[in-house]
Design a protein around this ligand. Structure first.
Ligand SMILES: C[S@@+](CC[C@H](N)C(=O)[O-])C[C@H]1O[C@@H](n2cnc3c(N)ncnc32)[C@H](O)[C@@H]1O
Length: 244
């Protein structure tokens, strides 16, 4: 059990965003993929829990979704308001979402649940504010990532702040325990393809980047860096899905 408070986590992230600004996370081009996985449709309402600097909100706006973001960090919210000016963004904890039940068609939480002080409460809140037939996209890190085994250390770039690492089976169990069923679990391939958008040149573009990408694609899911889960409520799993 962590001795940290929500204020500690907030202050850590405030310093992180104040120091790094928009350089802090992946570039905007890495985010539409999550909307593809959800099959997100224009006009639907999407909540991004722990929206960070707002890149997913911006991608959702481009697709014509009504996007709403919440993050514990005021600095993140300040950036998100710049990046996604027409989204509704507010400071708030994922464990206590300030929305009525049954509001959203899609709920996302990318690279963040593992930093929650109470992951179970966070999942219960995501389920509560979602419509009964909503889809969820949650990306979380893999304790058994093969790269960490090779390098001899564990943890993401934000490992210093309350980071829960779990293997594939434990994440599945956590989601199932909180009433979700897994529609799909895919690897997060961003680090395999980032060389393409990083403007790599010469040998890196012609050889190293493509080779690393192929190698990354051959890694089985259970050893990948992060998992991207698409979920639905378990009580809806056997029913047909309504179009939002
Ligand atoms: C690694 S960043 C990811 C941000 C964003 N989802 C992205 O993909 O760029 C983790 C985010 O989770 C937020 N966070 C951590 N704990 C939180 C909590 N309990 N409730 C809401 N946000 C939280 C942090 O402030 C930070 O912005």
């Amino acid at each position: 059990m962590s001795n940290l408070s929500a204020e500690d986590v907030k202050s850590w992230y405030n310093q992180h965003y104040a120091a790094k600004g928009l350089q802090t996370m992946r570039p905007h081009g890495a985010y539409p993929l999550f909307l593809d996985l959800l099959g997100a449709r224009a006009g639907a309402r999407l909540l991004d829990v722990s929206c960070g600097a707002g890149s997913l909100l911006a991608a959702a706006q481009v697709r014509g979704l009504q996007s709403v973001g919440v993050d514990l960090s005021d600095e993140a919210v300040r950036l998100a308001k710049r990046v996604a000016p027409t989204a509704e963004v507010a400071v708030g904890a994922g464990e206590a979402l300030a929305f009525p039940s049954g509001t959203f068609d899609y709920v996302t939480c990318l690279g963040s649940l593992e930093h929650f002080l109470d992951m179970g409460q966070g999942l219960e809140e995501m389920k509560r504010v979602a419509k009964p037939d909503a889809r969820f996209c949650i990306m979380v890190p893999n304790q058994n990532f093969i790269g960490w085994k090779v390098l001899g250390h564990q943890g993401t770039a934000q490992q210093d702040i309350n980071e829960h690492l779990m293997p594939l089976s434990a994440w599945r169990r956590l989601f199932e325990k909180h009433g979700f069923s897994v529609v799909r679990a895919t690897p997060d391939r961003w680090h395999a393809v980032r060389w393409r958008s990083a403007g790599a040149r010469g040998l890196k573009r012609l050889l190293i980047g493509p080779l690393l990408e192929v190698a990354w694609r051959l890694i089985p899911l259970r050893w990948q860096y992060q998992f991207v889960f698409v979920l639905q409520r378990r009580d809806q799993a056997s029913r047909g899905r309504r179009t939002p």
